[in-house]
Design a protein around this ligand. Sequence first.
Ligand code: GUN
Length: 283
Amino acid sequence: MSSALISGKEIGQEIRNELAERINTLKNQDIIPGLAVILVGNNSASKTYVSNKQKTCEALGMHSRLLSFESDLSEDELVEAIHSLNNDPKIHGILVQLPLPKQITESKVLAAISPDKDVDGFHPINVGKMMLGQETFLPCTPYGVMKLLEYSGIEIAGKHAVVIGRSHIVGKPMGQLLLQKDATVTYAHSKTPNLKEITLQADILVVAVGRTKMITSDYVKEGAVVIDVGMNRDENNRLCGDVDFESVKDKASFITPVPGGVGPMTITMLMANTVQSAENELR
Ligand code: GUN
């Protein structure tokens, strides 16, 4: 079987075109959606992510503000900066780029962001709302994966979805969102002893482990939908995922490439959450 490629590049563009119309409608009401991104320290991957977020904001005609701090910033100073953004009417979304330096407790910082501006969907109140299936900001990467499945016309109800990975950012919310669409969900992770036995049962396999090309065709059921959340560098320093694309592509029915799969969706859904937050102002 040869698989169909799920292009996050194309689906992301389609969603951003829809967002551009909503942004125009907001502008006619004198509202420009604004995103503040906080970067602490010098992590080069984080710098790239942050710069891509800013560029996407600008391309959509949104307001973007970068707050860049030295790595020795104190937790109190960071919380103070967040409080000032919470009270800034030009800012509809606040994102603190993770990871943070050791002296700063991530949970404390994330809880300082106003739940109404928490476009990452990481605040405990918003995590709770997501678990309850209530309307809230959904974490951008799993939200993006749900959009990839939706725009590709992939049925979720009744399917066995296996999620490899249990991070707060991707794995845990990913399983929840699939469950809410009536999938039977299994979580696998680094302590799962019989991983292959489990992944071979997956109709939908979402891989978010951070291990280069770990998932080869012998982990995949014929006709499965394979979503690769990984973002790694191979031995030739080329971007690649957690799935061995060449090995899996003839076995899956649908597969996401890296780059150009899940990656562009994460940023797009961040923009979608920020636009939603601006629209909430009109409620
Ligand atoms: N670092 C890696 N992924 C993410 C993300 O989705 N949000 C934030 N804030 N930081 C990240």
